[in-house]
Design a protein around this ligand. Structure first.
Ligand SMILES: [Zn+2]
Length: 66
């Protein structure tokens, strides 16, 4: 079974290995929110919750901006 990886900030699956960086440790980059870090989520249930919260906050931001 293939493990999915999720962004810990927005819950997106658009998370990619950020290659070409000088760091020796693993860095992931989210194409959706711009998150960069060594930590990713592999639990789809947690990711779904983060996704829900993230989408709500994006909606709120849109509402404020008009
Ligand atoms: Zn993200």
């Amino acid at each position: 079974m293939k493990k999915l990886k999720f962004c810990p900030k927005c819950g997106s699956t658009k998370i990619y290995w950020a290659s070409g960086l000088p760091q020796l440790w693993s860095i992931w980059e989210c194409k959706e929110c711009g998150y960069r870090g060594a930590f990713v989520i592999e639990d789809s249930e947690s990711a779904a919750k983060i996704r829900e919260i993230h989408l709500k906050s994006v909606e709120k931001e849109k509402a404020v901006k008009g």
